[in-house]
Design a protein around this ligand. Structure first.
Ligand SMILES: C[S@@+](CC[C@H](N)C(=O)[O-])C[C@H]1O[C@@H](n2cnc3c(N)ncnc32)[C@H](O)[C@@H]1O
Length: 248
């Protein structure tokens, strides 16, 4: 999606986009930030959207940067956090630059590395890692490819439970998956990159980032399946959260 498309999403962001910090029931993101925090430290939320992670950053860090491709999203983020002179908002396209005036101690990037184009994604990964100081840390959240495949399995099971034959249960669950080998899953009509855990580690290692921790960030079924029954047993679908350290 380009800048205009994200600008259009801005006004109905909360309905259209999964709130990762808001659905992090176990507080895994906050726990990582607690370990990395410091009033003398700098943090950047890269692809901050309407600023849903900023309330986690401002109490823990001295200087906060919030960057995004969409001016409309940035305007909403700024309005929501009016009065906090601590946050500097920066319009930047991560495929071209991280846009920060300095490298930061901690870069947070939540569900922004979604581009289906490998060329654009490679540039985004590079600029993201370049934003981190040597010895600094990156907290990145991306859609999990394992979770997307698992959700398909659960949808087939639900279709079976509704009385469909095995064949129909699978046919009804089938989605556009021609690019699936490359981890591109069509979400609400948009080809969206999903990562395998090992793939994510590989991408980071190739950029001198040492992976310290990988966790599942679970979120409710409503974001994947239409009208899921209330008795869906665990596990829930998930994004991958990885914490990595930049080698000195
Ligand atoms: C799914 S939203 C996630 C927003 C936010 N991180 C959150 O968790 O609520 C993806 C965000 O990435 C931004 N984005 C997409 N492509 C980008 C790019 N090339 N450079 C910077 N931001 C980008 C979009 O404008 C959007 O705000």
């Amino acid at each position: 999606m380009d800048e205009q498309a994200w600008d259009r999403v801005a006004e109905h962001f909360d309905e259209a986009i999964l709130d990762v910090p808001g659905t992090d029931r176990r507080g895994l993101i906050a726990a990582v930030l607690d370990r990395l925090a410091g009033t003398e430290r700098t943090v950047a939320d890269i692809g901050c959207g309407v600023g849903r992670a900023l309330h986690l950053l401002t109490p823990r860090f001295g200087r906060v940067y919030a960057t995004d491709l969409s001016r409309e999203c940035l305007a909403i983020a700024e309005k929501e956090h009016a009065g906090s002179g601590q946050v500097q908002y920066i319009h930047a396209d991560l495929t071209r630059t991280h846009g920060l005036p300095e490298q930061v101690d901690v870069a947070v990037c939540i569900n922004t590395l979604l581009h289906a184009s490998l060329e654009k994604r490679e540039a985004m990964w590079q600029n993201l890692c370049d934003a981190v100081k040597p010895g600094g840390h990156l907290l990145v959240v991306v859609p999990s490819l394992e979770s997307a495949l698992y959700a398909s399995h659960r949808l087939v099971r639900l279709n079976r439970r509704s009385g469909h034959s095995p064949r129909d249960a699978q046919r009804k669950a089938r989605r556009a998956m021609s690019d699936l080998d490359l981890g591109i899953v069509v979400v609400d009509g948009v080809p969206t990159k999903h990562h395998l855990k090992e793939e994510l580690h590989d991408v980071l290692r190739a950029r001198s980032m040492q992976v310290l921790e990988t966790r599942k960030l679970e979120y409710p079924w409503q974001f994947v399946l239409q009208d899921p029954p209330s008795d869906m047993e665990p596990p829930d679908p998930w994004n991958w959260m990885v914490v990595a350290e930049k080698k000195t």
